[in-house]
Design a protein around this ligand. Sequence first.
Ligand code: CAA
Length: 263
Amino acid sequence: MEFITYEVEEKIGIITINRPKALNALNSQVLEELDATLDSVDLDTVRALVLTGAGEKSFVAGADIGEMSTLTKAEGEAFGKKGNDVFRKLETFPIPVIAAVNGFALGGGCEISMSCDIRICSENAIFGQPEVGLGITPGFGGTQRLARIVGVGMAKQMIYTARNIKADEAYRIGLVNAVYPLEELLPAAKKLAQTIAINAPIAVRNCKKAINEGLDVNMDEAIVIEEKLFGDCFETEDQKAGMGNFLEKDKEKKLKVVPFQNK
Ligand code: CAA
């Protein structure tokens, strides 16, 4: 791999997009390497992923403008599909993915963060969908996911104006869950991932599936999705042990109450 590094720390996988000379912009090779990296994750041992960018300036500064500049209509569509396929793989990845946004998250950078389950960022983070200034629409899911995360009105404003927003505004509109000084971001992302990783893995995976799939259908169908995934947890070791600990009044092993990190 030239542009992606992947490390495993206990039950956490850390994927770093590593193309700092281009502020980690996504060209075809980066997308292909990211796809292969996701395929290589050992889902028997890794329970949560952290996705970040190399360096202190940029998470991902978008899709590669140089590569896109000469594309035909058909090639543009194919490039969009290439990004969308990888981002959808990330979104539907069986385990949770946390985006640790350490700087610019523009265009494809904002879009890849929105394909993750949870976004946290550093104080120097800048989010935006600048595509209309380049004569294109967002092409890696931005027109779809931004509205679902921050609401239609705010998404339309950001996309139509191509105006970037700083970390505090991203926090205010719910695009990120928390903002940290840059040096604290990765430790915070790992801590959050660990907090997830100590919970029952089948239950966590089923929660992700239930939330994601439920949001795509009406409530009557959504609650059936939940019922099936809820039922699927029963008879598992985790369910027997988790409920057993409660009933045995084992305070050490009882449910953990972890306060959400805030600013
Ligand atoms: N594609 C290709 N190269 C990029 C890039 C991108 N998206 N963003 C930055 N780079 C490159 C620059 O060309 C430059 O390379 P050279 O040193 O070889 O000239 C290097 O990264 C450093 O960038 P700057 O010199 O521009 O750094 P800066 O600090 O002055 O500005 C920035 C930083 C504001 C992020 C600026 O680089 C910028 O505006 N980048 C483009 C952001 C953008 O428009 N992203 C959206 C792309 S379109 C898209 O993503 C479509 C989609 O939805 C799929």
